[in-house]
Unconditional design. Structure first.
Length: 287
């Protein structure tokens, strides 16, 4: 995740980071600029329409559709950010659950071998979950046209949780913990699986295809028709204006695409590896 000063306006304006949408959209922005300039040249130099010609009414359509596309993009961006923020809350919950479990075990367990076991395995769960969510196959679990081989794609977080629960049950059988303590520790362990399942729900359930495809098509055709209506009033300035409008609309869609999967490898995705390292450091202090 990018570290930055939120109050440094000049850096935001004049610095182009490698994740900036200008870099990603630059080739298509050039193509759209050439297209708009060519269409504007034809309308200004060859197709000199009269003021009452129907071509003058096209901006009315763009005005109405502009309101619609703004609502769609606002909803799209908010939905993507909700997914990103929910992922952050889940990993914050994993931090708290790990600490709570470690604090309880540090008070309950007296044997150093038992304490070293959980000192290793509790932070290991966060690391395994981080790798599990980075795995591309995790995002394909609900795809009907993808058949994952079960033997080669075992659910590692579940395997690790099974090991820890068996250890807790062995401690109960050995009379090292009471029945009440078993119930308390069971609730803490259950929260780990709940967090894993919620993260998987975000990872393997993308925005519906029809919705995402419609927005992209809407932005493209909306931008492609802009020169028809504004070339007469703007002249050759229609090219930079159309390019800027496309940049704004397409950038919002690109940002939404990036943050809707907060467990990927993009610049603005959640620092799950760093969080898992912090969990390991804190648990070594507690147990």
């Amino acid at each position: 995740m990018i570290s930055y000063n939120t109050k440094d306006w000049f850096t935001f304006i004049f610095h182009f980071h490698k994740s900036d949408t200008v870099r990603q959209l630059f080739p298509i922005m050039v193509a759209i600029g050439i297209y708009a300039a060519a269409l504007g040249y034809l309308e200004v130099e060859y197709f000199k329409f009269e003021k009452n010609h129907y071509i003058h009414n096209i901006p009315i359509m763009h005005g109405m559709l502009g309101f619609v596309i703004s609502l769609l993009l606002v909803f799209r961006t908010n939905t993507a950010y909700d997914r990103w923020w929910e992922g952050r809350k889940l990993w914050g919950g994993l931090v708290n659950s790990s600490r709570n479990l470690a604090i309880k075990l540090s008070a309950i367990l007296k044997d150093e071998n038992d304490r070293s076991f959980f000192r290793k395995y509790i932070p290991l769960y966060a690391d395994i979950l981080h790798k599990h969510l980075k795995d591309a196959d995790t995002s394909k679990q609900l795809f009907e046209d993808v058949d994952l081989e079960i033997d080669h794609h075992k659910h590692k977080p579940n395997q690790l949780m099974k090991i820890m629960f068996h250890k807790i049950n062995d401690l109960y059988d050995a009379k090292k913990i009471t029945g009440d303590q078993l119930i308390i520790l069971n609730n803490e362990l259950q929260s780990f699986t709940d967090i894993c399942g919620a993260c998987e729900r975000i990872k393997n359930t993308p925005i519906p295809y029809s919705y995402s495809a419609f927005i992209k098509k809407f932005i493209f055709f909306y931008t492609m028709t802009l020169p028809f209506g504004y070339s007469i009033s703007l002249g050759y300035l229609v090219a930079p204006v159309v390019v800027f409008i496309f940049y704004v609309l397409a950038s919002l869609e690109l940002i939404a695409e990036e943050i809707e999967d907060p467990f990927g490898d993009d610049e603005n995705d959640l620092p799950t590896k760093k969080i898992s390292e912090n969990i390991k450091k804190h648990l070594e202090e507690i147990i």
